[in-house]
Design a protein around this ligand. Structure first.
Ligand code: RIB
Ligand code: CA
Length: 315
């Protein structure tokens, strides 16, 4: 795949942070045009701070960082401190970042960047609630032809919900934005819980990363050491699903993953199933196949890729 120009929209979150590291370790394949923060795992003032801190740790103070929407398009904000800790990135030392926060709002940055781009030339990689991206599409639908594809962490089918019985967190936080995004007509690949629950951060995998001995690897091992405690207890397995890096790994090594084109529709009315992603996996309806729904991954191959790339920060 040719070098992709990407914008990562995220809500760090330890797993978002590892996705950022993986992307920053891969300049030959990925040109990061900017990183935009959204409210999600923790409020916006923390997610934007956490993005900048990851840029510091990775030595990428040059990447422009923007703050976006501080609450969903319609509903009240839900956060996930019980999973990520009060800082959103518990497990790593918190200091005031040197990477600056840009003045411009994230939505304006994304619209302006897309308007200036060639058709089908920018890949959007959202790994948090889709509020920023949904707002971009709602405010400036003229930019849609500029989007090459969206590679999203969100949704669930076989795995059920992780924040409600039927909804995955990113979609549940802002189902109205998700409905806009999944209905936008541009190519979408979605990594839901069905695949992210296959990449568990076991102690052996985290130790292998820690042994790399560079600041990024040490920060990653520290964050994953905290991040795994909630999910390993909840699911009764060793390690936690490393959700968000699956998006970047797919861009780098799509051969590690298997997916199926089908329809994904978002529940935006029922309080009982709000944010549920109804996936027509067996094509039992005539609904358009709007998503490449990723079902499986070579988990060892994923961690080999992640470990090799994080090792590059020691070069
Ligand atoms: O449900 C998992 C998703 O919600 C991940 O992106 C995690 O960071 C949280 O945002
Ligand atoms: Ca996230």
């Amino acid at each position: 795949m040719s070098r992709q120009r990407i914008i990562i929209d995220c809500d760090p979150g330890q797993d978002d942070a590892v996705a950022l590291f993986l992307a920053m370790a891969s300049p030959a394949e990925l040109e990061i045009l900017g990183i935009t923060a959204v409210a999600g795992n923790v409020p916006l003032e923390l997610t934007q701070r956490n993005v900048r801190l990851m840029c510091d740790i990775a030595g990428h103070v040059d990447i422009p960082v923007f703050a976006g929407c501080d609450r969903p398009m319609v509903r009240d904000l839900l956060t996930a401190e019980k999973v990520h800790g009060k800082t959103g990135i518990d497990g790593v030392e918190i200091v005031e970042p040197t990477t600056p926060l840009q003045e411009q709002h994230a939505v304006d940055f994304i619209v302006e960047t897309l308007r200036a781009a060639e058709d089908e030339s920018v890949t959007l990689v959202p790994t948090g609630p889709l509020t920023n991206i949904g707002t971009v599409i709602d405010r400036a639908p003229d930019v849609l032809p500029k989007i090459r594809q969206l590679v999203i962490m969100g949704g669930a089918m076989r795995e059920g919900g992780n924040y409600s019985p039927s909804a995955e967190f990113n979609i549940l936080v802002d189902p109205h934005a998700a409905d806009i995004v999944f209905g936008c007509g541009r190519p979408i690949t979605s990594m839901g819980l069905d695949v992210t629950h296959q990449v568990l951060s076991t102690r052996a995998r985290v130790e292998r990363i820690r042994q790399l001995g560079n600041p990024v690897a040490e920060a990653t091992a520290g964050m994953l050491g905290f991040f795994e405690r909630h999910d390993s207890k909840k699911y009764g397995v060793e390690g936690a699903p490393l959700h968000d890096p699956c998006t970047i790994a797919w861009l780098l090594a799509p051969q590690l993953f298997e997916g199926r084109f089908c329809n994904l529709s978002v529940e935006t009315r029922s309080e009982l199933t709000m944010g549920h992603t109804a996936i027509d996996f067996w094509h039992v309806t005539e609904r358009p196949h709007n998503v490449n729904w990723i079902c499986s991954v070579d988990a060892d191959g994923f961690y080999d890729l992640l470990t090799e790339r994080l090792g590059r920060f020691g070069d």
